[in-house]
Structure formats: structure tokens, C-alpha cells
Design a binder for this molecule. Structure first.
Ligand SMILES: Nc1ncnc2c1ncn2[C@@H]1O[C@H](COP(=O)(O)OP(=O)(O)OP(=O)(O)O)[C@@H](O)[C@H]1O
Length: 257
């Protein structure tokens, strides 16, 4: 689904070049849930943005569904969810979710049907007529996920979508996200700073290290695929993966060229 080979991105800044990504080799299969974890500045967001063709790599190769990231973007292959829900306050929830469909020129009937479908997918049936400020932070973030799902992209890219939420809401959204992933079969790329979140959600965990931003380790999760109960986090298998991620982060931090 997504293949990076020797991917590099160097930003030219007034203070000299910043090697945001270097030697990134990664294969993401269709239907995988891949988390990116690493210290601030290791290039997690930059890599997600390259996949979505929001940044142009300065070296190496990147293919998405067998085409360039730009071509995949034009074919509406991505939905993108940001840390802040980013809903327009003057639009209702339904009108926010509908916005990409309006821009893409979907018929009015199709817009209404899709908005209804995705709001139900994120458990927000009946909230379409509310305004963002009438919803809790967790519900707003669910609405922003619905917006990213509205045009049925194969790939969902999520950049710390739950980072600003309290732990209980975050647990609930993590659980719901896994169910949604199981129902839709989408390929998900997910940036997080939380080890438990990465281990709970992922089929594959990509541990990154900074300066230059690169992949330190890719961990294939032994946990069962699909919806997982939250108490899996107390299991031995879970704790072992979490330990491996933590060790990787520690070692990767000392990994300098
Ligand atoms: N447009 C830009 N111009 C110059 N430098 C940039 C730009 N975007 C990112 N960088 C730099 O590239 C590096 C990687 O940034 P990136 O935002 O991808 O890291 P991150 O791992 O997502 O960090 P965080 O966890 O803090 O969000 C950082 O050193 C950052 O300052």
C-alpha cells in the first residue's frame, strides 16, 4: 500500500539544513495499523505529510498504491486527522463533515447519505445539527475522524489525534478506533507520543529517532489483530511489546550520526 525506500527530506532553513528524514525504508501493507512513535522532532509528522503529498521528499522513493504520493492524493486516497479537531465553528457538525464532499463536487443526495453513514460509524448519529462548541472534545475529534472518512479514502493518516484529550476519553476513542478500523479495513498511519496507545492500537510500531530523523526499529505486534479489549494492556504479551518500544526509544535517543 505504502512503500518508502531510502526516503529523505532535508529542509533548507536560515540556520542551515535540517535533516527531518533520512534513509527511511518502510513497507506498509493494505489494512495495517501502523503507529509512529519517537521523541519530538524525529520526523513523524513530516513522514505522514510526505505520504499525503503535503511535503516533497528531497531524496529516495515513495509509492502509494503503486503510484506517486501526488497521484494518490489526486485519487483521494487519504483522509487526514490532525491533533486539533479543526472544525469550523459556524458550520454544524454535518456541514463540517460534508465540506470535503462539497469541495469534491459530490451530488447533494450523495453528500447527505455519506454524512449520515460516517456520523453513524463514529457513533455521532443525531448530532449532525449541533455546532462544534455544543460537543465535548472527544466528540469533536470523532467528528473530525468522520470528516476524514467521508470520501471513503483507503488510507487514514492521523497525527496525534487524541493527544489533547484526557486519558479516559482517549481510552474510549482508542477502543472505538480499533472497532472502526476492523469494520472498514482501512490502512491507518497514526502518530503518537504514548507507548500504551501505540501498542494497544497497532499491528506494526515504527520507533523513530531524531537528528537526523530515521527509523530505529520496526516492531511487528504479536497481539491479535482487530478489535482488542482494553484490558489486553494488562497482558504479558502487551507489557513485553511496550517494554521493547521503551527500550527502542531509549536506545534510539542515543543514536546519533
Ligand atoms: N517546514 C519546515 N521547515 C523547516 N524545518 C521543519 C519544517 N517542518 C519540520 N521541520 C523540522 O523537521 C524536523 C522534524 O519535524 P516533525 O514535525 O516531523 O517532527 P515530529 O517527530 O512530528 O515532532 P513532534 O513530536 O514534536 O510533533 C524538526 O527538526 C522540525 O523542526
Amino acid at each position: 500500500m505504502i512503500q518508502a525506500k531510502g526516503l529523505e527530506l532535508t529542509f533548507q532553513t536560515n540556520d542551515g539544513p535540517v535533516h527531518a528524514l533520512k534513509d527511511i525504508d518502510l513497507d506498509i501493507e493494505a489494512g495495517e495499523f501502523v503507529s509512529f512513535i519517537g521523541p519530538s522532532g524525529c520526523g513523524k509528522t513530516t513522514f505522514l505529510r510526505c505520504i499525503a503529498a503535503l511535503e516533497t521528499p528531497t531524496g529516495g522513493a515513495l509509492s502509494v498504491k503503486g503510484m506517486s504520493a501526488e497521484a494518490a492524493r489526486q485519487k483521494r486516497s487519504y483522509g487526514y486527522v490532525f491533533q486539533a479537531a479543526g472544525l469550523y465553528p459556524w458550520r454544524t457538525i454535518a456541514a463540517n463533515v460534508r465540506l470535503p464532499l462539497e469541495i469534491m463536487g459530490y451530488s447533494r443526495a450523495e453528500q447527505v447519505k455519506r454524512v449520515e453513514d460516517v456520523l453513524s460509524l463514529v457513533d455521532l448519529e443525531g448530532f449532525g445539527k449541533k455546532f462544534p462548541w455544543q460537543l465535548s472534545g472527544g466528540m469533536q475529534q470523532r467528528a473530525s475522524i468522520a470528516r476524514a472518512l467521508a470520501f471513503d479514502a483507503d488510507i487514514l493518516l492521523m497525527d496525534e489525534p487524541f493527544g489533547a484529550l484526557d486519558e479516559i476519553v482517549r481510552d474510549k476513542l482508542n477502543e472505538e478506533l480499533l472497532k472502526l478500523w476492523e469494520r472498514t479495513g482501512k490502512t491507518i498511519g497514526f502518530v503518537t507520543h504514548s507507548i500504551p496507545e501505540a501498542v494497544y492500537l497497532s499491528t506494526k510500531i515504527v520507533v523513530m529517532s531524531p537528528r537526523p530523523g530515521r527509523i530505529y526499529e520496526v516492531i511487528d505486534s504479536p497481539l491479535p489483530r482487530g478489535a482488542r479489549p482494553l484490558d489486553i494492556r494488562d497482558s504479558e504479551a502487551f507489557l513485553q511489546v511496550a517494554h521493547r518500544v521503551r527500550e527502542g526509544l531509549r536506545a534510539g535517543h542515543a543514536y546519533e550520526d
